[in-house]
Design a protein around this ligand. Sequence first.
Ligand SMILES: Nc1ncnc2c1ncn2[C@@H]1O[C@H](COP(=O)(O)OP(=O)(O)OP(=O)(O)O)[C@@H](O)[C@H]1O
Length: 326
Amino acid sequence: MTTSVAAPEDPLLDVRDLRVAFEPGTPVLDGVDLAVRAGEVLGVIGETGSGKTTLARAVVGLAPVAAGRITVDGLDRTALRGRALRDARRAGTVQYMFQDPLRSLDPDLTVLRLVGQPLAITGVPVEERRHRVLAALDLVGLDHALADRRPAQLSGGQRQRVALARAIVTRPRLLLADEPVSALDASSRNHVLRLLDELRGELGLAVVLISHDLDSLAGVADRLAVLYRGRVVESGPTDAVLRSPLHPYTALLAASAPGGGPARHAELAVLRSAATRPPAASGCAFAHRCPFADAACAPRPEFRTPAADRAAACHHAPDWRTRLAA
Ligand SMILES: Nc1ncnc2c1ncn2[C@@H]1O[C@H](COP(=O)(O)OP(=O)(O)OP(=O)(O)O)[C@@H](O)[C@H]1O
């Protein structure tokens, strides 16, 4: 079952039919497909518990993959074991920026040591390490004078940049940034998002940008994947997805975002009007909350636009909007 759209060129990250379960029989990710090209930012949005962090952790080998395939630059990472897995991790091709830099950065280490850690692991000599750390600090706009400070002596925005410098110091091909701006004020948030945008161009990075906040993604993500209860319910170019959502859940997210306008408020009222029922074990993941759900929603849904650049896991994707207007 496929609910996302493969990028037109060979993707750098290709996730197919991914299933992750911490307990048997209760998948946290249930048949996720997504693809990201080099130089592209894919925004992954979804409410709390939808599986965003688990998706990123699965890509870096930190979550139990029950089925499916994760390919990075042509290498099937789910097939790696033992030494091959260790080597792939140490190579630093894929970097994961943790959600909370205050907790993920060792409080006892200086910025120089923190950012240099991934290089130390790969055996880069001290002098070269220093040189590359300072170059990474330049890239993220941090003054070299901060190199001797520890995390507690930095602002939230500076800490987030240290986390970013640490993530790019190995010159990765793929960066998974998990809520990189959620703890920041508006000005630092814009700064870090702009930085990510520049870095993907300068380094040809493929970026998976995870957020529960549509506003943070709207300005920087080329495409969006909307996660709901462990499934990608909609994917496509950001502007198109936000302008005319194909899935009622995406419409609910878009209408709830600030600046929706009166038309969106009316839509929101309808979308929120459905009485919530217990979720069904099969079929559409959103049916229990959807005002348009009917018997047609019992099989697992898939809809694609004729140009195949957008997809939605909704049987009613072509017609629910007309019913909304009726
Ligand atoms: N190690 C684990 N063991 C058991 N269940 C887990 C584990 N990690 C995550 N989960 C469960 O998987 C589901 C998805 O969690 P995940 O952290 O991926 O969601 P999320 O979308 O990133 O949420 P948030 O926006 O709150 O960070 C949740 O129900 C969570 O309780």
